[in-house]
Design a protein around this ligand. Sequence first.
Ligand SMILES: Cc1ncc(COP(=O)(O)O)c(C=O)c1O
Length: 486
Amino acid sequence: MMTDGREDSAELVGEAAHRGLSARGAHIAGGANGLLEKGFDMYIRDPFDAERNPQGILNFGTSENRLCYDLIHGRLTKPDMTYLEPHLLQYSDTQGIKSFREEIAKFLTEYAKAPSALDPEHITVMNGCCAVFATLSTVLCDPGDGYLIPAPYYGGINSKTWLYGGMQPVHVPLFSEVTNEDGRPFQLTIEKLEIAYKRAMEQGIRVRALILINPHNPLGDIYPAQLLKECLEFAHRYQLHIIMDEIYMLSVYGDTTFTSILSLDSLPDPDRTHFMWGFSKDFGMCGVRVGILYTRNDEVRKAVNKLAVFHACPGPVQHVLSQFLSDREWLDNVFFPTNRRRLKEARNILVDGLAEIGIPVFKSSGGLYIWADFRKFLKSQTFEAEMDLWWKLLQEKLLISPGKAFCCYEPGWFRLVFSDSVDKIYLCIQRLQQMLHDKIDESIPICSSLVKNEYCKSDDETSNYMSTSVDDVPEGCSHLKKIAVF
Ligand SMILES: Cc1ncc(COP(=O)(O)O)c(C=O)c1O
């Protein structure tokens, strides 16, 4: 059964057609929601609130950064934000207001470390990266075409590329087992891309693109510059478009160096290389719905800009975000350092709490989540057992995201979003503990063979512990200070 939004129930399609929808409309209406949407739908009907609904669902499943509302609120309520001119209330350039694109170009040149100034004319502003995926897939591919994507991956891409573009994912399956000496779990290699590409060709699927997410969702991994370049070469070799989703570009809290494709001196195929980024994650503003596409391909941009009329971003929002991006002093000295520190602290608290329960996590450096190994809590190593555990956790009012929602090929992995208040993280750990308590064999040491694994290595190669620095643990978390993780 597919769970990616392409899953059709014949009954639902039939019913929609009966109600007067076109075949296409019936197909869309009949498609089932993905697991991420299903979990979110349950959450919004019964959301946790410390005062009003303390027994409600805790949402550790949706990738939102809720750590810097105080800072953002402070900045967005400054007098320069309340400016309004008549033109902001009129129709404007569907590609995005020029002054806003200029600000974005300057910002990305600096923060993505581009070797020369980015061109505002290469930018299209839309209402979120979901819209960028939808429009790009529509203009780059014909229905039935495929795109290569390493799995696990952010499952929302399936519906975004399918609903308009009719594209199908061609998975490059990655596994946790490490098969060579310098390997990592879930490691992407060019060989794996080649195998998946050839298999798709054999099945008659025309592969048109390669989609990469960096920093990765859900792994929180960062692609080394060398691998990135090899992927670009691979795409060039087969004349594939490469769509780089760098929406978590500035949510990097580890020591690993992040390389944006915008920073590369030369690209093997600039005309087929497309970059996206947005305000949802790095600025904790998924509600403002703004994402951008940067492409040097004039034809692609011409087509995207025509569709952008359906995905425009309101004038006053573009003004506010221009002001926001141009305040470098505040961004550099207040927002980014605080955001990074809070991300790191929140992550450490969650990782430590999970370690107490005996749940290992994949070593990450970016993103708002951790990829955790619940395999020992599954009744059997199957996706049915994974779903079973997911539902049980939901009954305990805890929403986390099962690996299946990310098309993971191994059952038992879950993504937990950590970018939330310390109180909620504790509650999450408490609910997990309650739920898993019966299954925990007290005699299992935290360093069991399952837990102590290569992927739990710290950056310091001499140590097999990924321990939280005591200094990083905020007030009120003292009981966690003594825990050696893994
Ligand atoms: C990797 C990735 N790309 C894109 C999106 C969608 O972003 P937006 O809110 O800009 O539509 C998400 C949201 O979770 C994501 O994780």
